[in-house]
Design a protein around this ligand. Structure first.
Ligand code: S3P
Length: 186
């Protein structure tokens, strides 16, 4: 039985869409940290940012990470900024196998702009958004494995993630038996 699967990555990486597909195919529950936060707060994320600011939102993410420790065998999609603090990726790896949905900045940015209201992009130029991605990459790169989503749709990404997970969870090769080794035919 696999542990939790935790998806991380920049806005527009497809964490929610891929997570939903993955959960369905693996027969798991799906949970999103952004959903946990909006359900608890009774407000949408842009409202939380507008009314209480980013620092408050990040504190709510702290609490969400604490609650994730209670999850077993679920597929978890995290908000794009959640892993980008010291110790966060390590905390997520303690919860499950962490998968970075990576990609070229241009592809992620286009998707993120199409995908609705994102306070971390509003009021930022493309260059500023790219600088944010570059600053976040070293955090994402600490994931257990990565799938490049640049040219893939969410279905294809889910297939790639499942392949990677099988590779990681495949039992080790049995050691070569002496009879299969050199000189065994003599
Ligand atoms: C954020 C990403 C959002 C959401 C919030 C902050 C970020 O999630 O958590 O708006 O800092 O990158 P998505 O990555 O799902 O857009």
């Amino acid at each position: 039985m696999l542990g939790n699967v935790v998806l991380v990555g920049f806005m527009g990486a497809g964490k929610s869409s891929v997570g939903r597909i993955l959960a369905k195919r693996l027969g798991r529950c799906f949970v999103e940290t952004d959903e946990m936060i909006t359900a608890n707060e009774g407000r949408a994320i842009p409202e939380i940012f507008a009314e209480k600011g980013e620092a408050h939102f990040r504190a709510l993410e702290d609490e969400a990470v604490r609650l994730l420790g209670l999850k077993r065998g679920e597929v978890i999609a995290t908000g794009g900024g959640l892993p980008c603090r010291d110790g966060r990726l390590e905390a997520l790896r303690a919860i499950g196998t962490v998968v970075w949905l990576s990609g070229d900045f241009g592809a992620l940015y286009e998707r993120a702009l199409r995908g609705g209201d994102r306070p971390m992009l509003s009021g930022k130029t493309r260059e500023q958004a790219e600088a944010l991605y570059e600053a976040r990459k070293p955090f994402y790169a600490k994931a257990d494995l990565a799938v490049d989503t640049t040219t893939l749709n969410p279905d294809q990404v889910a297939v790639e993630v499942m392949k990677e997970l099988r590779i990681r969870t495949r039992p080790p090769h049995p050691t070569l038996s002496p009879s299969g080794g050199e000189g065994s035919s003599r």
